[in-house]
Design a protein around this ligand. Structure first.
Ligand SMILES: [Fe+2]
Ligand SMILES: [Fe+2]
Length: 188
């Protein structure tokens, strides 16, 4: 476990390092509450932003070397690169052969439909970890301890609003995640 802490200490700036540790701690708490794998939640939390401070071009080159292609939406939004390159990095360089951890990192920025419990835990922990402070955090933090889906919904609303306000491209996976939550909420 500690070896991953050492690795991110090398790869991330102090702000991002603290954030990653806080996300891991929060992911463990959420995993305990909702019955996800606590160990995997910790590892995915520590490593989820491992490529966040790597230059965009370097991330694209890395993915190209692995023959991983990005779609138009992904290419147009550099903020999405690190989730994709990070998932591949932990698989190929850190030799973490675990599809659940891979997906939790791969989809931590966009979300997607049919997310696993671990994916939801990491997605929500990324929003409500102790280092976070933004308008509305109290609402989503309270929701996170009531219902992961409710917290996901608020998180997605927040992201979608931010993206549309900045006139950036909205990833279809986020739309799918949002629609699924709405549909499920309506059928309760
Ligand atoms: Fe991230
Ligand atoms: Fe993060």
């Amino acid at each position: 476990m500690d070896k991953y802490i050492e690795i991110i200490k090398q790869r991330l700036n102090p702000y991002r390092f603290t954030h990653s540790v806080c996300v891991a701690e929060c992911a463990v708490k959420l995993a305990e509450i909702y019955g996800a794998d606590v160990k995997k939640a910790y590892v995915a939390g520590v490593l989820h932003d491992i490529m966040k401070n790597t230059p965009d071009e370097e991330q694209l080159d890395y993915l190209k070397d692995l023959d991983v292609s990005l779609n138009k939406t992904e290419l147009s939004n550099p903020k999405l690169y690190h989730a994709i390159s990070g998932a591949h990095y932990i698989k190929n360089e850190l030799k973490i052969d675990d599809k659940e951890i891979f997906d939790a990192i791969r989809f931590h920025t966009t979300g997607r439909a049919k997310m696993s419990l671990l994916e939801k835990v990491i997605y929500v922990a990324d929003f409500v970890s102790d280092d976070r402070s933004y308008n509305g955090i109290d609402e989503i933090r309270a929701a996170a301890y009531r219902s992961l889906e409710e917290a996901m919904m608020i998180g997605l609303e927040f992201s979608i609003q931010e993206i549309t306000q900045k006139k950036q491209t909205l990833h279809p996976d986020s739309v799918d995640a949002y629609n699924e939550l709405i549909l499920e909420a309506n059928y309760e």
